[in-house]
Write a protein that binds this ligand. Structure first.
Ligand code: ZN
Length: 534
């Protein structure tokens, strides 16, 4: 039991996650420390959102000093509850029930059918709040279902968080940060997040906090209810400037895509904002199981319609994943010669290009005389095909920018091999997930067309010349399939290429003891709080 738990925990490699805050003046550091304190409150709040029994179980685990007790506590904190998120939520603490799919957003004992039927009886206005992001469903004293706003449900914690945000707002000298913190504190107290989501989109500050109720995945019944989480980060100015330079090349990349010119978009819209940041602290829904490496918010359609959405890339998280997961995979999966061609700069540059390329290529298309979209035509195959497109055309874009001298020449040696390692990392999360299926398509295409080869000892290598041509050809094939809305071709592509072949499985089996992800220790946040306490 102890051994099994230790093996499960070992899949998360402990790592010190640091961010350089030396450039911040003392008042901004005090603001940052207050934000870390605000974020800490959300850990307890999120535990309660996941399961009503979580806080009691945590207290019991804290009191158990045995080796087994300590191992359970550590894995509980990684998973934010007694269920292993990497193993289909298998419980690992005795006495834990099956993970409730409705989390703690609906009354204990209520069935999904009962809640659905009740929602059906509501007036349109009542239905909006009952199905909204920021309210739980409870029973009143007569046992009837009723809507409880987060302001009431979580009032104790919310008041603490709002106070910390206001404290940070008084410290900072950065106007857009102050505006966000004050409006987010107001939102927590009023349950109306619209203005603060807009202020978050307008942030232009060395400190980039994301804090509040956001993602709805924990509510597996309806995906209605937002879980509390926080990413307290600082902006990486060097990478942000580099990204702006790459973003400026988007139209040039589009104009040179290896597809029929009639499928190219002559006027791309404005680039959605992308920030590169380093994590100082994360909590709640933003720090559970596998760590987030990038996110896109807000989720409020009104804000998206008016302001768009913003992508945030967590650079130090990516760097830690690269060091603790990618590099060990490279030592097992690659030939000795290829192991020297794996580099973080290549990994991170390709992730940036992947994000940019989602916006390029066919989206709104014409099938016959019908105006439609790639998403609509490709149906359930859309996500895997679109992820494969972003990856392979991201490589195409790197090749194109290398030819133009826009990117550092060392990438021509490292970008393909580093991506090959990244393919193995993604395959470990399974083919049911869009990214996993997308990388399987690419790997098999490269194997069939000579860009990637397998040696007799089972290790993989890149053939650079063939690989560059494979990247162009596969980009053309996928984007043309998208341009014509080729659903049948997409199904066939996933059928034939979206698989783990025996020679790939051999490598995946050899990766068993390599961590799947990281368990961050927020050393910069700890130092900040220690400094603030003095
Ligand atoms: Zn993507």
């Amino acid at each position: 039991m102890l051994q099994q738990l230790q093996a499960m925990t070992a899949r998360f490699a402990p790592v010190d996650l640091a961010a350089d805050v030396t450039a911040l003046p003392p008042n901004e550091r005090r603001a940052l420390a207050a934000l870390v304190e605000a974020a800490k409150v959300l850990d307890a709040l999120f535990l309660r959102q996941v399961w009503a029994g979580n806080e009691t179980m945590l207290l019991a685990l804290l009191g158990d000093q045995s080796d087994l007790g300590r191992a359970r506590l550590r894995y509980f904190l990684i998973n934010k509850g007694p269920w292993s998120r990497l193993d289909d939520n298998e419980p690992f603490v005795p006495g834990a029930p099956a993970k409730p799919p409705q989390a703690n957003f609906y009354p204990a004992g209520a069935s999904k059918q009962e809640v659905e039927a009740w929602i059906g009886t509501l007036s349109p206005a009542e239905r909006v709040s009952a199905t909204g992001f920021f309210a739980t469903i409870r029973r009143d004293s007569d046992g009837r279902l009723t809507t409880v706003p987060y302001t009431l449900e979580y009032q104790g914690e919310i008041a603490q968080v709002a106070a910390r945000l206001r404290e940070a707002a008084t410290q900072t000298g950065q106007p857009t940060l102050r505006a966000f913190l004050e409006s987010r504190a107001d939102a927590l107290m009023s349950n109306d997040y619209y203005a603060s989501d807009v202020a978050w989109m307008e942030l232009d500050s060395s400190i980039e906090p994301t804090i509040g109720p956001y993602e709805v995945y924990e509510d597996e019944w309806f995906n209605y209810k937002a879980a509390f989480g926080a990413f307290i980060t600082i902006r990486d100015d060097v990478e942000t400037a580099r990204l702006a330079r790459l973003g400026a090349e988007r139209q040039e990349i589009e104009n040179n895509l290896p597809i029929d010119p009639k499928y190219r978009n002559p006027t791309l819209g404005a680039l959605a904002p992308i920030r590169v940041v380093n994590t100082v602290f994360s909590s709640g829904d933003a720090n559970k199981g596998v760590q987030t490496a990038a996110f896109n918010l807000p989720n409020d359609e009104r804000v998206i319609a008016e302001k768009g959405s913003k992508s945030v890339m967590l650079k130090n998280n990516q760097e830690a994943k690269f060091r603790m997961v990618l590099q060990p995979i490279a030592r097992v999966a690659l030939s000795t010669a290829d192991q020297g061609n794996v580099a973080f700069d290549a990994f991170f540059t390709h992730i940036l290009m992947h994000e940019l390329m989602h916006g390029l290529g066919p989206h709104s298309i014409t099938v016959g005389t019908r105006e439609t979209t790639v998403r609509y035509e490709l149906k359930e195959t859309y996500s895997a095909i679109e992820e494969a497109k972003a990856d392979v055309s991201g490589l195409f874009a790197v090749q194109f920018l290398l030819n133009r001298g826009t990117l550092d020449a060392s990438l021509s040696r490292t970008v393909h091999t580093t991506f090959l390692v990244s393919i193995f990392r993604s395959l470990r999360f399974g083919l049911n997930e869009a990214h996993g299926c997308g990388v399987a398509i690419q790997l098999n295409y490269f194997l069939d067309n000579g860009g990637v080869t397998v040696a007799s000892d089972g290790t993989f290598s890149v053939n650079p010349g063939r690989m560059r041509q494979n990247v162009i050809d596969l980009t053309r094939r996928i984007m043309t399939l998208q341009a014509v809305g080729g659903y049948a071709d997409a199904v066939a592509m996933i059928e034939t290429l979206g698989r783990v072949r025996p020679e790939v499985q051999v490598v995946l089996d050899r990766l068993r003891d390599i961590p799947v992800d990281i368990e961050p220790r927020f050393v910069t946040a700890e130092a900040l709080l220690a400094g603030a306490a003095q």
